[in-house]
Design a binder for this molecule. Structure first.
Ligand SMILES: Cc1ncc(COP(=O)(O)O)c(C=O)c1O
Length: 427
């Protein structure tokens, strides 16, 4: 083993590449403060009524946000909610998902992408994901279709929308609704069309770690008038309202998923800054990708031809066989160099106790107890999660070139020293 020196990996006692913290994410600016002050001055913090009046549609900021969202994304309807989770739950209800139905979804996503089926008494069926894009693999989706399939939830994971054309084709063949979970992907696009508008209903998140934020918030979009009406009903106590609307939607039970005026005002300002916040992310990620491109066994995010990836996180696939060192070791070495990478993403959702124990009410309604959630259900996802993926979110608009170059330098250093790192007996 070579002598330990300052140039050695920090994990083996050398000096780390990075000793100071990376810049925090961009905060809230003067325009957001002013917008909040305007709401406070108006005295109207919310203006929804759960009845069939003008106020069924919410207050002026909520409606203003929705009109601005429609214009920015080129959709007929934007319906704001108090989170993307609420918007997903409303989307499943609007799509008519119900007891006995199945909803095909990726297991490599935030829990609500799948839980939206359970809330409606339906069961998530987990398909596998594509090795390169980490989005649903359409071939795997085809294999999961049964006569009970009602909808597909396609997740634009990590800020990339991929495979939707084929999923829409499958949906046409089998008369399914596609819900695009674009929570992580505002500003992304596929062949010039905004992510979130590629399915029948799209859902965005405005929580604090998304590219644009208002604290807590979400928006559902659709070009379908009937789906829009149903989304608005579920948001706002549907059962109290449908009578007035001619009982056209008697299957709907409503919630209170309404967004407040303060959040709506902040979200409207953030929406104006969407490009200004997302374009630096793309430039940052491209700088990282260029700096890692020649490293054998290190695969920066894949961007299919025609896609605009907005990099909610920068997810790098490691190939431990080619590297000759495990992901755990590689990631530990990166962290020792001062780059806080996480390993894997969320565990495949079917490993949650909820699915393993089948205790949710929806399972009681399932013929034969429902689909399998055994290990091996989504092997690509399992491999990526257990052995290959590392990610970080250091691609935001306030990252400088020097900060990004430190990340590249850390990856390159760990890669160059990988033989030392795998030696038995090294700490
Ligand atoms: C893919 C995905 N879907 C849905 C959500 C839920 O978003 P919210 O926190 O706004 O409910 C998130 C949030 O992290 C997400 O990443």
């Amino acid at each position: 083993m070579s002598e330990i020196s300052a140039a050695s990996p920090a994990l083996l006692g050398g000096d780390p590449v990075r000793t100071k913290p990376f810049p925090p994410r961009p905060g809230i600016g003067a325009a957001e403060r002013e917008a909040v002050a305007g709401v406070l001055d108006s005295g109207v913090l919310s203006q929804f009524l759960g009845g069939w009046t003008e106020e069924f549609w919410g207050g002026p900021r909520v409606r203003g946000l929705e009109r601005a969202w429609e214009a920015r994304f080129g959709v007929r309807h934007a319906i704001s909610m108090n989170s993307a989770t609420s918007a997903l739950y409303a989307a499943a209800a609007a799509a008519g998902v119900g007891p006995g139905d199945e909803v095909i979804v990726s297991p490599y996503t935030m829990t609500a992408s799948a839980a939206c089926a359970l809330v409606q008494g339906a069961l998530p069926v987990f398909a596998d994901i594509d090795d390169a894009t980490f989005c649903l693999d359409p071939d795997s989706v085809r294999e999961r279709i049964t006569e009970r399939t009602k909808a597909i939830v396609a997740v634009d994971i990590f800020g990339l929308a991929a495979g939707l054309d084929e999923l829409m084709e499958i949906a046409r063949e089998h008369d399914l609704v596609v819900i695009e979970d674009a929570a992580q992907a505002p500003g992304a696009a596929w062949r010039g069309r905004p992510a979130g508008t590629l399915g029948h209903i799209g859902v965005f998140s405005l929580n604090y770690h998304k590219p644009i934020q208002c604290g807590e918030g979400g928006v559902a979009v659709t070009d379908d008038d009937r789906l829009a009406e149903r989304l608005a009903l579920v948001r706002n106590h549907a059962e109290a309202v449908v009578g007035d609307m001619g009982a056209d939607h008697p299957d709907l039970v409503g919630f209170n998923y309404r967004l407040g005026e303060l959040e709506a005002a902040i979200a409207a300002v953030q929406l104006e800054r969407l490009d200004a916040l997302v374009e630096p992310r793309i430039r940052a990620a491209e700088r990282l990708t260029a700096g890692l491109a020649d490293l054998e066994g290190v695969h920066p995010p894949f961007v299919p031809e025609g896609a605009r990836h907005v990099y909610y996180v920068h997810a790098v696939r490691l190939d431990p066989e080619r590297l000759g060192v495990s992901r755990a070791r590689f990631a530990a070495a990166l962290r020792a160099e001062g780059v806080p990478v996480a390993e894997g993403y969320v565990a495949p959702l079917y490993r949650q106790p909820l699915y393993q124990r089948r205790t949710a009410p929806a399972f009681a309604l399932a013929p034969g107890g429902g689909p399998s959630y055994a290990d091996g259900t989504s092997p690509v996802c399992e491999r990526l999660h257990e052995r290959e993926l590392v990610y970080h979110d250091l691609v935001h608009a306030d990252m400088g070139e020097d900060d990004l170059d430190d990340i590249v330098a850390a990856f390159r250093k760990v890669h160059a020293w990988r033989d030392e790192l795998r030696r038995p007996g090294t700490p």
